[in-house]
Design a protein around this ligand. Structure first.
Ligand code: ZN
Length: 198
């Protein structure tokens, strides 16, 4: 029988995406064995994240500053805006280092099944950013899933008549593919070959 403390940590870790009870137990044992090295580093990193991370009020990215480093970076092309479902997608695209514009995080995707409608996503703030002018191109970088594509089409419709060029990632993306899982070369290729939204 593990102690209450170990059970508590295991339970907390098991709730993380991609981990289950079994992986969580392994992680806990791994940490216990490295009480003097890896554990303090993790504790420190977690505390720092808890204290310092904020959501960017412009784009929805997560960073230690608001506006985030990307929104505040004057070297970025403010005329090009890439719309993504989640922060993880933003990070994946940015790791590919091809897109030099700015981002807008929707915070999810439209889903009738999960009861997610347009008002649950950061679409109003997107329309507001576009309405302020100064944006030439909107890259819709949704996942190549049914819900991702439904979301992309919905946003393209909402943008109709606005003076912006709407493009989407080329579908060298595997069907059902989530951006976060793609290697950087594939992502860069999809971005480079982006095409006008039909
Ligand atoms: Zn930002």
């Amino acid at each position: 029988m593990a102690s209450q403390e170990i059970e508590r940590l295991t339970g907390a870790l098991a709730r993380l995406p991609g981990l289950g009870p079994r992986s969580a137990r392994r992680a806990v044992l791994w940490l216990v064995k490295r009480r003097d090295s890896a554990l303090p580093q993790l504790v420190e990193a977690l505390a720092e994240v808890g204290e310092r991370l904020v959501e960017c009020s412009t784009c929805g990215n997560v960073d230690t500053t608001d506006p985030c480093g990307i929104c505040a970076d004057a070297k970025r092309d403010s005329r090009s805006l890439c719309v993504v479902e989640d922060v993880a997608d933003l990070w994946a695209l940015d790791r590919a280092r091809l897109f030099t514009g700015r981002y807008h995080v929707l915070g999810g995707k439209l889903s009738a099944l999960d009861g997610v409608g347009p008002e649950d996503l950061n679409i109003a703030s997107l329309m507001q950013r576009v309405g302020q002018g100064g944006i030439d191109e909107i890259v819709l970088a949704m996942n190549a899933t049914l819900e991702g594509q439904t979301t992309a089409h919905y946003i393209a419709e909402r943008l109709e008549g606005k003076p912006v060029r709407i493009t989407q990632l080329a579908h060298g993306l595997p069907v059902g593919g989530e951006l976060d899982y793609l290697d950087e070369g594939t992502l860069a290729q999809a971005l480079r070959a982006r095409r006008p939204m039909a």
